[in-house]
Write a protein that binds this ligand. Structure first.
Ligand code: AMP
Length: 440
């Protein structure tokens, strides 16, 4: 036997692990950093439901690159947001600045403008599913690489588009059997009403400035509306008498908000009007909403979205391209499914497992498996030349419906022993009838 000696530096190297805040999705469920990660079939199950619902809304898939120009994201989301100021995975090569996308709305709007999708006429409904990256402190339900799915409806100012966006997100949850969530809704007004509101808010909060946390004090300078997001009870108490956006809305935004609510009511969707809902991203105008799970606790935000009519201008369009959309976390969706006991999906079954004994039978296995697979039969077999007992164990582990047993005698007879694993019965089947008998 030859002994292969590894170079010392390889032998001393510790084994690699996935980066904290990222995880592998495996055929079987596992735990990563204390969090349970669902098997890949659960992700596929959720993705299939998303694709099905998106299809019902006439939405088509868009796939944009993971790498985007840093400026697209900093302009699109806003310099003063947490995402851009602290959470971007950004780097440069030569003169080019890159970022791993932290969200997908700005990239979709970039693609829409780059490819002149408006020239197709009408309204575009585009959906996506894919990874996003934010350098946040990893914790349960909050990762550095996570996955978002979402819908963007581009080209419509109609309040039905806002309502449809919310209805579509809700339909994804319902399609998967989830019903315990709350929709919170607000209107952020337009580019004139918002500054007036900000001024009033600053005037109200400033006298309390020395009682604020450091984060909120900084926000008072940079992004005062984000203070409304605070989770600190003392600050929430202080905010109880604060002015609310609803009192500052321009007439058109107010009218639009009323229409969105009427449309939601017309399909029986209930929601909470929340004057303090501001959302982290800068680019929203008018509608802002969030969908929260009632069972997930701290990281309960399932999805968020809103109208972002002005994003197009930030990204260089000559005129406003009205748009509304939502983004939702895949991990949160799967956590909510898990909490509701909705992810008990069995592994896929093999139709047949071939147990082969002896060299001639081992060789026969390969073309036979190939031919059965060509006939649409899912087939597995052992690649390690193990004993009959070990092969039978493997067939059970893979939950095969039938086991095809072939040794020297069967090769001579031209017929295999076929064991029906559900009925525990066994019969002899000629090789040339295997495919037809296993498909019936
Ligand atoms: P956002 O783009 O911040 O509005 O987030 C939209 C949704 O993405 C949230 O409601 C979460 O479900 C999910 N999400 C955002 N950040 C993370 C993260 N770091 N880890 C996991 N899910 C996230």
């Amino acid at each position: 036997m030859t002994i292969i000696r590894l170079p010392t530096e390889i032998r001393l190297m510790s084994s690699f692990k996935s980066i904290s805040g990222t995880f592998d999705i495996l055929p079987e469920g596992h735990t990563s950093g204390g969090d349970s990660i669902a098997p890949s079939r659960i992700w596929q199950h959720a993705e299939a439901a998303i694709r099905k619902v998106m299809g019902m809304y006439g939405a088509e898939e868009i796939r944009t690159p993971i790498l985007e120009p840093t400026e697209l994201i900093s302009r699109g989301i806003g310099q003063l947001t947490d995402i851009v100021s602290k959470e971007m995975f950004a780097f440069e090569r030569g003169d080019t600045h890159y970022v791993l996308r932290p969200e997908v709305t700005a990239p979709v709007m970039r693609a829409y403008q780059q490819h002149h999708l408006d020239q197709k006429g009408g309204v575009q409904r585009l959906f996506y599913i894919g990874p996003c990256f934010r350098a946040e402190r990893p914790q349960k339900g909050r990762y550095r690489q996570f996955h978002q799915f979402g819908l963007e409806i581009i080209g419509a100012t109609d309040a039905r588009a806002d309502a449809e966006t919310i209805a579509c997100a809700v339909d994804v949850y319902r399609e998967l059997g989830l019903n315990d969530f709350t929709i919170r809704l607000n209107s952020l007004g337009d580019s004139e009403s918002r500054p007036r509101y900000k001024e009033a808010l600053i005037a109200y909060i400033t006298p309390f400035a020395d009682q604020l946390s450091e984060v909120s004090r900084n926000r008072l300078e940079t992004n005062p509306m984000r203070i409304l997001d605070t989770k600190i009870e003392k600050e929430r108490e202080m905010l109880r008498g604060a002015p609310i956006l609803a009192d500052f809305l321009d007439d058109e935004s107010r009218q639009h908000h009323e229409e969105v609510k009427a449309h939601l009511t017309s399909i029986g969707l209930t929601f909470q009007d929340d004057p303090f809902l501001v959302r982290g991203l800068d680019y929203y105008s008018r509608t802002a909403f969030e969908i929260e799970s009632d069972s997930l606790g701290a990281q309960g935000s399932l999805a968020g979205g809103g109208r972002y009519d002005l994003l197009s201008l930030e990204l260089g369009a000559k005129q406003i391209i009205p748009a509304v959309g939502f983004a939702a976390g895949m991990e949160r969706l799967i956590m909510a499914l898990d909490a509701a006991n909705l992810i008990d999906i069995p592994s896929p079954r093999l139709d047949a497992f071939i147990v082969a004994l002896g060299d001639a039978a081992l060789s026969w296995t390969f073309p036979m498996a190939h031919s059965l697979r060509e006939n649409g039969i899912k087939v597995g077999y052992d690649l390690k030349g193990r004993s009959m007992k070990a092969q039978m164990r493997e067939a059970s582990r893979q939950n095969a419906k039938f086991v095809i047993i072939v040794g020297e005698d069967e090769l001579v007879a031209g017929a295999a022993q076929v064991k029906d694993m559900d009925q525990s019965s066994q019969r002899s089947v000629p090789f040339d009838q295997l495919a037809s008998q296993l498909t019936n």
